[in-house]
Structure formats: C-alpha cells, structure tokens
Design a protein around this ligand. Structure first.
Ligand SMILES: [Zn+2]
Length: 164
C-alpha cells in the first residue's frame, strides 16, 4: 500500500551580514563617495585612458595611473529598461547606456535618467552629464547621467547634486 508523499514546509528568513572589497579599484569608489570625482586610469606605456578604470591596461598589460576625468560625455549606445531587479524597480522605465566620458577612450555602462524619457533623448551621440546622490555609499548607484539640457533641473532636486 503506497501513501502519497507530502513534505512539511516551514517559511523562515536567512539574514546575512557581509562585506566585500573593491580591491585595486577602491580608489574610484572612495573618490566617488567623498569627492564626487570620476577617476579613470591611463596606461603608463601606451597612454590609453580607461573608464571604467583598469589597474593594468587591458591592451598591453602595463600598470596604469589614476586620473580625474570630466563629468560630461557622449552616449555610445543605449536602451530603455522596463524589467529589472528589486533594487531598481521604482526607477523603471529608465535608460542605460555606454557613455564615453570626455577624455576617456572606453565607455562606462551607467544609468541615464530623463524627465521625459523617450528614445530620442538618450540616443547615440547625445551629450550627458553626471548627477550625484547627496547620500553616497561608494557604489555605482551613487551617480547617473542625464541629458545635458536637463542637468540644472536634476541638481536642483533635494536628493541630488552636481559634481565637481
Ligand atoms: Zn597600454
């Protein structure tokens, strides 16, 4: 005689406190948090400027020096996000894109917010500028980009401020 198996389930919660390191790229996050600076790196050998910063050049594997980049740039490619994780769900829809900061030779993947989010606002070639959260934690979510013509509006909001 077989009896159908029925498991007994208990709903519970696991809470984990942990920390992680940004390693050799820590300087980028510390300067972002404390001074609203966007640091890239410049290869000591070939001179290529990396953003996001690379401690060693990915082309020639030589060490790179830190340097401060401008907070303006150009959109290389972008899209509008409609599906995301719980961390960003309140922000949808929002743009993301690869942005090449002025002075950098590589592009950074970052959020692009707009008060009037339509594809033409964040298309390739559009100029953007970085806006910073007043409350910063040293994370990539401490800043985002906005179309240059919206910059003054964004930094006048109580939770945001302009860079350096
Ligand atoms: Zn190099």
């Amino acid at each position: 005689m077989s009896e159908e198996f029925k498991d007994h389930q208990i709903r519970d919660v696991i809470k984990i406190n942990y920390k992680y390191t940004m390693g050799g790229q820590s300087k980028f996050f510390i300067e972002l948090k404390n001074n609203k600076k966007l640091l890239g790196t410049k290869c000591k050998k070939c001179g290529k400027t990396w953003m996001p910063p690379r401690i060693n050049c990915s082309d020639c594997y030589e060490p790179a020096d830190w340097l401060e980049l401008k907070q303006t740039g150009t959109i290389e490619v972008s899209t509008i996000v409609w599906y995301t994780t719980s961390a960003f769900i309140k922000a949808i829809p929002y743009g993301i894109g690869f942005i090449k900061l002025d002075g950098a030779e590589t592009a950074l993947l970052q959020g692009i917010f707009s008060e009037n989010l339509v594809p033409s606002k964040i298309k390739k070639g559009k100029r953007v500028k970085a806006v910073f959260n007043k409350q910063r934690d040293g994370k990539m979510t401490d800043f985002f980009f906005v179309p240059e013509d919206e910059y003054d509006n964004w930094i006048s909001k109580p939770e945001y401020e302009g860079g350096v």
